[in-house]
Design a protein. Sequence first.
Length: 365
Amino acid sequence: MATTLRERLGDRHNRLNAVRLVLASVVILGHAWPLTGADGPSLELLSDVAVNGFFALSGYLIAESRVRTTLVPYLWRRFLRIYPAFLVSLLVVAVVLAPLAAAIEGTSLDLGSAAGFVLSNGDLRISQWGIDGTLTEVPAPDSWNGSLWTLFYEALAYVLLGLVLSLAVAARHARWVLPGMFLAAIVLRPLVEGPLDVTAHLYLNGARLVGYFLAGAAVWAWAGTWRPTWVHTAGAAVVYAVLTDLGWADLYGQLPLAVLLLGLGAAPSRNWTTRTDLSYGVYIYAYPVQQLLVLLGTASWGVAVNSVLVVALTLPLALLSWTLVEKPALRAKAWLDPRDRPDRRLPTAGVQGPTSSAVQGPRPG
């Protein structure tokens, strides 16, 4: 008998981390056109689709994480998952990559601007994109990491879902509350971009990304009864393709994309990605690596070569991020949740629930 989605994603033997790694690589490909200044048809839209996919997967995983713990430990876990590695990525750019770029360009690095890049962006809301004295000779100047802007919305979604499921009535009726919130989001989105004529990027981006996040949460609400098959996954892919062809995917494709990616992620696997999550590291380091490669003259080598080089150079950075920053940071979960302390863990008698790797979230983005 086919197992439910929750059972499939509740152990380490699935392809969810692999799907997220692919999404992070697709973001690299989508960014290749604006960052290299390439001519001709662009696949830049792919980066938006990949970020949407990150948020859909995150909605599922974060809903699972929220119901397993109380609000404060939940928020602490979410903080540990995204903030330490985010802060280190800012420091790597300011201390290592920006001075290297200045040396390549023969310019003078503004140390105050480098410090400001870390301090101004430390609240997750990116307000300083560049560092003075660097990236003056690239097609997309004055932007060291154009991927990080999504993390602010990721954090907002964490807080939103955490607060909603803190309400006893919402937690008891989550299988109706979460789909209801998702439906409200897809009704609101066309209104925000149409009759309401909203122009503030904060609200436009929030309406888009939170909608995908809630689509994943809505799937989670029924994951205990849904038994995904290849027919469901293929059907979701067809629906999403049709919506894309009609130009409606960004407004109404949230649920098909969530079903497609979660269906792919639920496929059984025992490869190394089941225990090593490189997707977040790839996401936060690929953009600055891509900028540095363009500065070294790889833009003339073509989009494909540039993208392959970025992946090859970013994967080791992502592995270092996971090994030295992300994974160690997650050990601090026990500070606010005694259940995570080694001396408080009880034998499971062979019964496996959702594991930590299944609820760490991406990130997106």
